[in-house]
Design a protein around this ligand. Structure first.
Ligand SMILES: Nc1nc2c(ncn2[C@@H]2O[C@H](COP(=O)(O)OP(=O)(O)OP(=O)(O)O)[C@@H](O)[C@H]2O)c(=O)[nH]1
Ligand SMILES: [Mg+2]
Length: 312
C-alpha cells in the first residue's frame, strides 16, 4: 500500500520564518562576535528561549542539557554551540514519541478509523480536509463523517473540504445526535469497503462537560460496529496558544484515548517554539503540523526536519 509522507522542506522553512527570527536569529546574535564562549553565553541563550514561547522549565532543560554536552568540548565555537542546542532540541522533540517516519497503520485495518478532536477553532475541520486529500492522493478511498452537528455552518464547511479533496461525506441536519452520524459513517465504510473513515467532531470548550461525554459516546458507538476502532484519535491544537495546549491535552485525554497530536497554524506565527514545550511536557507524539490554510499545507511532523528548518 502506498502511503503518503508529506514533507516539503522549503514550505516548512517558510512557515517557520517568524519563529526562526524570534529564536535562532537571536541566538546567533547572542553568540556572534563573542571572544569567549562560556556559560555566560549559554545563560544569554536561555534568556532568548525564555522569551520564545518555550516556557521556563523547557528552556531550562535545554540549557542544562546543552551545558552538560558541551562540558567535555574544548572548541566552543559558534557552530559547535548551535549544533549542540539543535541536537538537544531534536532529542526533546523525540521524547514525546514523535518520530521522523510516522505512518498510520492503514495496512492493518480496513476501514482505518480516525477521530479528530479539539476545542473550537483549533483547526479540526481544516486538518480533516487536508488529511483526506493526502489519503486520496495515495489512492485510498476516504469517507468523512460530519459529527459536528452543533454548528449550522459546520456541515457546509466540511462539505466544501470533502469536495476539494474528492472524498465522500456522511452528514445529517444540525442538532442530530452526533453518534448517529458516526454510526452511519462507520457502517458505510465497512459495507462499501472504504480504506479510511475520518470523524469530525464539535469543538465546544473543553470546560463544558457535555462535549467530553459526547466524545465518550462517539467512541462507544464506533466500537459497536468495529470493536478495535478508532485506530487513531488525533487531538488538534492551535500552535499559537502554547501553554494552553498542555491543559487541553490533559482535559481531552480524560474522555478519549489520544494517540497523537496535530499542531496547526505554525505559519505566520512567531510562537512555533511552543512545539518544543508541548513535546517536552506531555506524552503524546506530534504526528502532523499545519503550516497554512490550503489543502496541501499539512505536513508529517519530523523532529529532524523541524529542527533543520528552524535553524536553516
Ligand atoms: N494559517 C493557518 N490557519 C489554519 C490552519 N489550520 C486551520 N486554520 C484556520 O483556522 C480556522 C479554524 O479552523 P477550523 O478547521 O474551522 O477549526 P475547527 O477546529 O474545525 O473549529 P470548530 O469547528 O469551530 O470547532 C480557519 O480559519 C482555518 O482556515 C493552519 O495550519 N494555518
Ligand atoms: Mg470544525
Amino acid at each position: 500500500m502506498k502511503l503518503f509522507k508529506n514533507l516539503n522542506f522549503d514550505k516548512l522553512k517558510e512557515g517557520l520564518t517568524k519563529t526562526r527570527e524570534k529564536i535562532v536569529n537571536r541566538i546567533s546574535e547572542t553568540i556572534a562576535g563573542k571572544a569567549k564562549l562560556d556559560t555566560e553565553i549559554l545563560d544569554e541563550i536561555e534568556e532568548v528561549l525564555l522569551t520564545s514561547d518555550i516556557g521556563f522549565e523547557t528552556s531550562e532543560a535545554i540549557i542544562t542539557e546543552t551545558k552538560k554536552r558541551l562540558k567535555s568540548v574544548q572548541e566552543r565555537t559558534e557552530p559547535v554551540i548551535i549544533q549542540a542546542v539543535k541536537e538537544v532540541i531534536e532529542d526533546l522533540l523525540r521524547s514525546s514519541g514523535s518520530s521522523d517516519d510516522f505512518q498510520p497503520a492503514l495496512e492493518k485495518h480496513k476501514p482505518f478509523v480516525i477521530i479528530v478532536v479539539g476545542i473550537n477553532g483549533a483547526g479540526k475541520t481544516t486538518t480533516i480536509g487536508k488529511l483526506a486529500h493526502n489519503f486520496k492522493q495515495s489512492n485510498l478511498n476516504v469517507v468523512i463523517g460530519a459529527a459536528d452537528t452543533f454548528r449550522a455552518a459546520a456541515n457546509e464547511q466540511l462539505e466544501i473540504w470533502a469536495k476539494r479533496a474528492g472524498v465522500e461525506i456522511i452528514q445529517k441536519g444540525q442538532g442530530t445526535d452526533p453518534s448517529s452520524v458516526v454510526y452511519e459513517t462507520i457502517q458505510e465504510a465497512v459495507q462499501k469497503k472504504f480504506d479510511v473513515a475520518i470523524i469530525d467532531t464539535a469543538g465546544r470548550l473543553h470546560t463544558k462537560m457535555d462535549l467530553m461525554e459526547e466524545l465518550k459516546k462517539i467512541n462507544r458507538t464506533i466500537k459497536k460496529v468495529l470493536p478495535d476502532a478508532p485506530h487513531e484519535t488525533f487531538l488538534v491544537l492551535d500552535g499559537t496558544t502554547g501553554q494552553n495546549a498542555l491543559v487541553q491535552a490533559e482535559e481531552f485525554a480524560k474522555s478519549t484515548p489520544i494517540t497523537g497530536l496535530v499542531i496547526t497554524k505554525l505559519d505566520g506565527t512567531a510562537k512555533g517554539g511552543a512545539i518544543i514545550q508541548i513535546c517536552h511536557k506531555q506524552k503524546y507524539p506530534i504526528r502532523y503540523i499545519g503550516i497554512g490554510e490550503s489543502i496541501d499545507d499539512l505536513q508529517t511532523f519530523s523532529p529532524y526536519e523541524f529542527v533543520e528548518a528552524l535553524f536553516s
